[in-house]
Design a protein around this ligand. Sequence first.
Ligand code: UTP
Length: 296
Amino acid sequence: MSLTPMKAVIPAAGLGTRFLPATKAMPKEMLPVVDKPAIQYVAEEAARAGIDDILVIIGRNKNAISDHFDSVPELEDRLKDKGDTVRLRRVLESSDLADMHFVRQGEPKGLGHAVLRAKAHVGDCSFAVMLGDDLIDERDELLSLMIAEHERTGGAAVIALMEVDPDHIDAYGVASVEQTGAEGIVKVTGLVEKPRKEDAPSNLAVIGRYVLAPRVFDVLERTEPGKGGEIQLTDALQALATDPDGPGVYGVIFRGRRYDTGDRVDYIKAIVQLAADRDDLGPALRPWFKEFAAGL
Ligand code: UTP
């Protein structure tokens, strides 16, 4: 649990072009991972870290997201009448998670622009940013460690980093770092968005969890469009990391299980892994997976 109650911001206003045509009329954050939409896992992770106020940044075609977190009295009544308490509990889970708020981005001008839309709701407090298509396995701890690190360092930001294969580094924001002496905690000295393999300063990729001090809003307001013509959160973090008068940016290196459900291969892996591990589905699926793999 976090010592300081913090708000979370889930940007979910991207176009999801890697998942077309599935995402033509449906947000990628609503794609089911086994039997829950991806964004519900993210909201559950926030709740586990003690966060009870979540702002989702939504865009075109995103009404399904707000509908998902609303209660649906006619559905609940029907399940109650049938005595289907198991399904009723599962339906109520999404509407009881946290105090949910929604803000529109209007046009998808980049992750940095989406985060800036949270300024009025977040106010002058530190907050967490959790990408709505990036899942951290609930058996592995990350966000609560980042919040604790933010409280300890008083830095401008704590970001989550993960070692990735250098051949895939050009899909990520990448950090240059210095060791701090604490296991798994680094000082971030610079960041670059989607570098070519030969230009990457390390194999430490930025993944979709951030704890940010409110000063990031001032920096985002001054940040010009960068890579892809979008206002990049990475560029604002780079400015904070290299500000000689600022309190610095720190990184928590995550070595657990993470699934990028915005990527088709990772999305399929997430479903297979999570379903195989579940008590209700695993026993029926595991023998079939073995048989299937043997035939490959
Ligand atoms: P991505 O770059 O993964 O999302 O952004 P995308 O642009 O929707 O995906 P592709 O590449 O076209 O398939 C990371 C997160 O930031 C959000 C996305 O919804 C995603 O959760 N985002 C991105 C916004 O909220 N607004 C934006 O303008 C861009």
